[in-house]
Structures are given as C-alpha cells and as structure tokens.
Design a protein around this ligand. Structure first.
Ligand code: ADP
Ligand code: MG
Length: 341
C-alpha cells in the first residue's frame, strides 16, 4: 500500500487539538475556574507567576475527584457532566466536552491534587502529556491544579504569546466579570505572590460591580419576565449613572447563566437604552447577568464557548434594554436631547 494520507499518532493529535482549546494563558485560566465552579466550590484561589507562563495555579474547595478518576480526567472526551448529545443541549454546567484538562496537560507541566470525601487524597502529574502514576497527596479538601511552563513544548505558540502585562490584564478582566456572575463564590487572585483582587462571601453584585469598575456611581436593578415559550427570563444588572461617560464600550459586559460571553447585540441593547441620556459616541459601565432556561441557549457554537446563540434573541434584547432603562430611571436624570427649560 502506498498511502499519502497518514493518521496522526495520538500524542501529535492531542498536541494539535490542544492548540485549539488553549491558545493563551487566559483560556487555561477560564477552563480551570469553570471546572472549580462546576465542582460546587465556594472559594477559588487563582495564582499566576509571570502572567501565567511560568505558573497558573487554581485551588478550590469543591467536591474533589476520586483517585480512580484522576487518570481519566486527563483523557480527551472524558467528562462527568454530559453523556449524550441531548445533555449538551440542556447543559447547566460550564464544561461538557471533556477536552480542557486533556488539552492543558498536553502542553504544560501539569499537576492535579484532589481530595474527595471518603477517598484518599491523591495527585497525578502530566509532564507535557507524559502521565505518571497516581500517588498520595497532602491536600485536605477540594482540588488544586498547577500548570507550569505552558506551551514550552510548542515554541512557535510560545513565541507569539503576548507579554506578561497584557496576559495579566486580560485574565484579571475575565476573573472580575466571572466573580460578578458568581457572586456567591469567593474569588482571590494573586500575581507573583501579590494579591490583586478579592471578593468576600457576603458581597452583593453591586459591591462586586463597584470593585470591577472602580466606580461608585452604579445602581443595581433586577427584572423578571415570564414568557410562554421561554419560561422566566431574569436580568440582573449594575449600570452607571449617565454622568459617567466613557469613550469605549468595553465597560459593557454580558454573562448568561454564570458564563462570560461576548454578544454584540446585547451590548447594543444597553447602548440604545442610554442613548437619550448620554452623548453619542460615549458609553456607560454595565454588568449584565442573564438567567434563562439552559435549553434556550446554545453554548456549543464556539470552541471556547465565548459566543452563544439564543433561541429567542429579540426577547432577550428587549429584556436587557428595558432593565438598563430602569437603571437610568433610578438615577432620575434628564434626557440629553432635550433643551434645558
Ligand atoms: P469538562 O469540564 O468538559 O467535563 P474537563 O477536561 O474540563 O472537561 O474536566 C474533566 C473532568 O475532570 C470533569 O468532568 C470533572 O469530572 C473533573 N474535574 C476537573 N476539574 C475539577 C475540579 N476542580 N473539581 C472537581 N472535578 C474536576
Ligand atoms: Mg471543564
């Protein structure tokens, strides 16, 4: 036989696949934090060294992993969260594809330590995909994952990484937003041993929004509408006084069912709500948290799940626009396009 087409060996295939799931330190951080949330953590600690390229460590107090499952969680398509395609379309957890840990452990020096109640605390190391045996670990509860020297075995990827500061900034922006959408979970972030962000167990969404934007002129509004096809759509939103006027719209942040997403239309819903109260080309701060039935949002259209597709986009759009309008009313400010009397 004289084939021109070859089948990649599994080690090469997983290194290539890994590149699609984890492109930058931010992607690894996002996957690890989402796993901690899925594990029911109430406290999550994120430590970075050198913007994540030397070390990303996530420690949680979630339910932990059984020693027998430790090897499995590094395999591709290994998940405890979905067992069929229907599950994926009705998903309430962040993860479901079982690809993240497989990908991250293929491109880093990876250590996972975990304690599940009733089982011996255990740990496992994967040195750029070469997995060692499970051994006992010194950990009381929850899970700790350390990712060292990420992309060291992918020199080209490593060369194209952004600098330390820009990795740190994009990660902090993401974690801050995630902490808003998960205000019942405590988040602590440190860079090179120095604490840079912390939420507290009793923090309200408004407390967190003030920390996120370093801005006090914000209100909290909540709106719920029931719809025959969609069940209840709940929008919780913290938005700024129209007196706060920013040149960029990157202070309008959207999340759905606890997930940080990018959605141009919903950003526009906020912009339109403010349009009579803020000069054109200026933008407010807003953190928008939407809760809807998981069956009405498809999170499986984007590899990093950063974009989602709504089944009733116009319903969500008007719910967000209306809620943002209520925020403006709370400030009771005059319309920008009216002449003063
Ligand atoms: P997914 O999240 O899509 O299931 P991952 O590769 O991210 O896939 O994780 C694989 C599995 O490892 C998860 O389904 C879960 O069972 C387990 N796991 C990963 N991280 C944690 C954690 N922090 N706490 C408990 N279990 C975890
Ligand atoms: Mg996951």
């Amino acid at each position: 036989m004289n084939y021109e087409i070859i089948i990649l060996d599994s080690h090469t295939a997983s290194k290539i696949a890994a590149g699609e799931v984890v492109e930058r330190p931010l992607n690894a951080v996002k996957e690890l934090l989402e796993n901690s949330l899925d594990a029911g953590a109430s406290k999550i600690i994120l430590e970075l060294v050198s913007g994540g390229t030397e070390l990303i460590r996530v420690t949680d107090d979630g339910k932990g992993i059984k020693p027998d499952d430790l090897h499995r969680c590094l395999e591709r398509f290994a998940t405890s969260k979905a067992s069929c395609v229907e599950d994926v379309y009705n998903i309430s957890t962040y993860g479901f594809r079982g690809e993240a840990l497989a990908a991250i452990s293929a491109v880093s020096d990876f250590t996972i330590k975990s304690a599940r109640s009733g089982f011996e605390p255990s740990q496992l190391r994967s040195h750029f995909g070469k997995v060692s045996a499970v051994i006992p670990a010194a950990i009381d509860a929850g899970t700790q994952i350390s990712v060292e020297n990420i992309f060291e075995n992918l020199p080209v990827r490593k060369k194209f990484l952004k600098g330390q500061r820009s990795n740190e900034q994009e990660i902090l922006k993401f974690v801050k937003q995630l902490s808003f959408h998960n205000s019942d979970v405590q988040f602590i972030v440190s860079y090179d041993g120095k604490e840079v962000y912390r939420t507290y167990p009793g923090d309200s969404m408004l407390d967190i929004a003030k920390k996120v934007f370093a801005e006090d002129r914000l209100v909290y509004v909540e709106d719920e509408c029931a719809h025959s096809d969609s069940g209840v759509v709940r929008v919780r939103l913290c938005a700024s006084n129209p007196a706060v006027q920013r040149k960029r719209r990157d202070g309008i942040l959207i999340g759905v069912n606890g997930r940080v997403i990018k959605d141009h239309a919903l950003t526009q819903a906020v912009v339109q709500a403010y349009h009579r109260n803020i000069p054109q080309g200026m933008y407010p701060y807003a953190l928008v948290d939407i809760s809807i039935s998981p069956s009405l949002v498809d999170v499986n259209i984007h590899p990093a799940k950063a974009e989602v597709r709504f089944q009733l986009p116009s319903l969500i759009f008007s719910a967000v626009q209306r809620t943002a309008g209520q925020a403006i009313e709370k400030f009771n400010v005059g319309r920008y396009d009216l002449e003063p009397e």
